[in-house]
Design a protein around this ligand. Structure first.
Ligand code: UTP
Length: 478
């Protein structure tokens, strides 16, 4: 068959499939498209997973999905810190095991960085955002320094996997190359793309980003499981002898991905997927609530969490449901394989977003209010599938302050403030006097680079290299 005959037959096939679904409008500019544009559009249409989407359009786009929240939820068992006296030996042993696992090359880092960061509105991959209070370090730079420091501390070749999306992959690679992978060997930084799904208008119609391009959006951080397998990243991990993946999101500069206690408890308890949780700041805090339902660990989003459960109290007056999900996980390589091999489909959730698209006459519109439905899988929906999921409570001030919004809660401003607070706390633990304002807030701007210290213990060990701080100082310690 000649090229033009074959493209015409593919066109007819696509048209037939689209017609049965009332979606033929995406080919309405066919006659105006050049050969490369036609090829591009057909390839995108051919890759639409209708076997998933036909049902999802009915259940998630045309109507709002019914998140029937089970009534019979109970609080989960959480490993607390510090441990109870009878747990001390277990924690010590677990921390030793965790260190051994890192030292013997069984642990790899995974950063999910395929999101669109629409709330922040930063032009570029979020990892390239400068986040430190001083020192001009970006999120990727902090993670790279953390990995370098851990490689040095454990004398182990810890590989770093980064999930991008087709929408930001090239920019991410370019950025990391331009910074020379921050001194990490290029072969140890492995980037792979996640999947994309079409966005729909509220009538369930496919949207076009251009006349020859569907409006596609990344399929959620839960898409990482499938993408790890499909991209070959998981088999690469196996070749390197990796058993545990330390998963974190690109937006959290305080993350501590190499926590021996967490890793050791995960391994010792035979957990397939573990999660760090934190005590909730208040009953209605906007974090996912980690609960148990039918013996399985589940995360119920704050927006779905029944008020009476949010306000429920134990006999001693403490909050009954107090485990907030921090999106910091450990995943066993075997677990990812098992989940994906069973062709398990993570549940999808609906998000209404503003998505740029071409209108009826072919002009590009950039709405400021949501005009589209995006379908995303969430990583925490893998928890109910995991054997022995382990939850470790951590101090939020030590490990979590994401940059999600342009202003207010979880913004660059709040994260910088939290980074300063943690740095000052580490410095004070090493005997440094931190100048403070009358209201108690630090009167200095300070960054502790991960290349200098991964935790307060490192700071104390390097006491002799710490500066004296004067009110108003701005210092990056590295
Ligand atoms: P968010 O839920 O904050 O989403 O992602 P987002 O897309 O980055 O930002 P908004 O909602 O558009 O403002 C949490 C983490 O999951 C990653 C993000 O990159 C971030 O690290 N993520 C999210 C993916 O890797 N892929 C996705 O499809 C969605």
């Amino acid at each position: 068959m000649s090229d033009s005959a074959s493209i015409e037959s593919r066109h007819q096939d696509c048209l037939a499939k689209l017609r049965t679904r009332g979606q033929e409008h995406v080919l309405r500019w066919w006659d105006d498209l050049g050969p490369a544009e036609r090829e591009h559009l057909l390839a995108e249409i051919e890759s639409i997973p209708w076997e998933i989407l036909d049902g999802l359009i009915r259940s998630h786009v045309l109507i709002r999905p019914d998140h029937a929240v089970p009534r019979d939820l109970s609080p989960p068992t959480v490993y607390k810190q510090p441990p109870a006296p009878e747990q001390r030996a277990l924690y010590d042993e677990a921390a030793r095991l965790g260190r051994d696992l890192i030292r013997t090359g069984k642990v790899a880092a995974l950063t999910v960085a395929g999101g669109q960061g629409t709330r922040l509105g930063f032009d570029g991959p979020k990892g390239a955002l400068v986040v430190t209070p001083v020192g001009g370090k970006t999120l990727f730079e902090l993670f790279a320094e953390t990995i370098k420091a851990a490689r040095h501390r454990y004398d182990s070749p810890i590989p770093w996997y980064i999930m991008t999306s087709p929408a930001n992959h090239e920019q991410t690679v370019e950025y990391l190359k331009s910074r020379d992978f921050f001194g990490l060997p290029e072969t140890e930084v492995i980037l792979f793309r996640q999947g994309m799904l079409p966005a729909f208008d509220f009538q369930g119609r496919l949207l076009l980003a251009e006349r020859h391009r569907l409006a596609l959006t990344p399929d959620g951080h839960g898409g990482s499981l499938k993408a790890l397998v499909a991209s070959g990243a998981l088999s690469d991990m196996r070749k390197r002898g990796i058993e545990i993946i330390t998963y974190f999101q690109v937006d959290n500069p305080l993350v501590k991905p190499f926590d021996p206690l967490f890793i050791g408890l995960h391994a010792k308890t035979g957990s397939e997927m573990s999660t760090k949780v934190t005590a909730k700041a208040d009953d209605l805090e906007r974090v996912g609530n980690v609960c148990v339902h039918n013996g399985k660990v589940v995360v119920i989003e704050y927006s779905d969490f029944p008020d009476e459960l949010a306000h429920a109290r134990n006999q001693d007056g403490s909050r009954k449901f107090n485990a907030g999900n921090l999106a910091i996980h450990l995943l066993s390589v075997d677990f990812v394989d098992r989940v994906v091999a069973r062709s398990f489909q993570m549940p999808f959730r609906r998000a209404d977003k503003a998505v740029a698209c071409v209108d009826e006459v072919g002009s590009l519109t950039k709405p400021t209010a949501p005009n589209a439905v995006k379908l995303e899988a969430f990583i925490f929906d893998a928890l109910p599938l995991a054997a022995n999921p382990l939850l470790l409570e951590v101090d939020r001030a030590e490990e979590f302050s994401p940059v999600k919004n342009a202003t207010g809660v979880d913004s660059l401003e709040s994260s910088k403030r939290d980074q300063i607070t943690r740095a000052c706390c580490w410095l004070e633990s090493a005997g440094v006097t931190v100048p403070r304002k009358p209201d108690g807030r630090p009167d200095v701007i300070v960054t502790i680079s991960p290349s200098f210290a991964l935790d307060a213990e490192d700071v104390r060990a390097r006491r002799d290299r710490l500066p004296t701080l004067r009110p108003g100082d701005s210092v990056c310690i590295e």
